[in-house]
Design a protein around this ligand. Structure first.
Ligand SMILES: Nc1ncnc2c1ncn2[C@@H]1O[C@H](COP(=O)(O)OP(=O)(O)OP(=O)(O)O)[C@@H](O)[C@H]1O
Ligand SMILES: [Mg+2]
Length: 269
């Protein structure tokens, strides 16, 4: 079943900057997609099409069963949750817990359910102690966690995060990873944009690499093992791929790589 279908999408900003050129790809429902690409390659422009913040000028975008077009905007905003990299733009209420409650209330959840979801989202992002604070008086990373908790509480069918791990400390990164894993197991479709190739390689099922608004690659995340492709995309190879180069050993992250090296060398523990 289709989660996301983008076909021949082009977008030009006023002022004539063409940000997307004939972009096509698809993602099955329940999969994890990482979108990579250099600064200005079109990642944020693309994901703004996913809930209709930008409507396609040319080509077509379908999210689940709904085309991205004017008449579907309301349903798209419910089905697709997006976190942008400017958390200030997403603050709605003057108290953190109220801010997180806004989404589920909008979805007409019962107050009991709203309370449950707010509590769960606060815990997933490890920000229980901030629940009575004003979101405007938080640090950037804390604001980001509040914004992410707000979208997690909506449990959107498709969750899209623009650079979610940038600016988060290690324990918040782990908390977010765990929250995303839970959503993945519940069947949600997940999309992140990132400059972190290690994260993409370890986390994603599928990969989309954009270059100057065009699709450079769409397919499996193992493509990041291809040095030529990585260079073309102005990216770097994942650290674990560089570490294990020419050894015949593979691993998706440093821990797995470490374990496999020890196995290969016959080192116990
Ligand atoms: N509001 C805007 N008006 C005009 N041009 C824009 C606007 N937003 C983005 N662009 C241009 O569109 C192109 C794609 O930008 P976009 O923000 O989609 O890139 P990105 O891949 O998200 O980059 P980054 O990694 O820096 O976040 C860039 O050349 C940028 O200058
Ligand atoms: Mg961007």
């Amino acid at each position: 079943m289709k989660g996301i279908l983008v076909s021949e999408l082009s977008y030009t900003y006023s002022g004539n900057k063409q940000a997307l050129k004939n972009v096509s790809f698809q993602l099955d429902r329940g999969k994890k997609l990482a979108i990579l690409g250099a600064n200005g390659s079109g990642k944020s422009t693309l994901i703004q099409h996913f809930n209709g913040l930008i409507l396609p000028q040319k080509g077509k975008v379908t999210m689940g069963n709904h085309g991205v077009e004017q008449k579907n905007l309301k349903i798209l905003r419910q089905k697709v949750g997006i976190i942008f990299d400017h958390p200030d733009d997403q603050i709605i209420a003057s108290k953190v817990s109220e801010d997180i409650a806004f989404g589920p209330r909008n979805l007409r959840c019962s107050e009991e359910e709203v309370f449950r979801r707010v509590k769960e989202a606060l815990s997933q992002m490890g920000i229980e102690e901030l629940q009575d604070s004003s979101p405007y008086e938080l640090s950037l990373g804390q604001k980001k966690k509040v914004a992410i908790a707000g979208v997690l509480a909506m449990k959107p069918e498709i969750l899209v995060l623009d650079e979610p791990f940038t600016g988060l400390d290690p324990s918040s990164r782990e908390g977010l990873k765990k929250a995303l894993e839970d959503l993945h197991h519940q069947g949600h479709t997940l999309v992140i944009t990132t400059h972190n190739v290690d994260m993409a390689y370890e986390w994603a099922d599928e990969l989309l690499i954009l270059k100057e608004g065009e699709v450079l690659y769409t397919g499996v995340v193992e493509a990041l093992e291809d040095k030529e492709l990585v260079k073309k995309g102005n990216l770097e190879s994942p650290g674990v791929v560089r570490l294990l180069e020419n050894t015949g050993i593979t691993g998706k992250n440093i821990e797995e790589g470490n374990r496999k090296i020890k196995e290969a060398l016959g080192i116990e523990k």
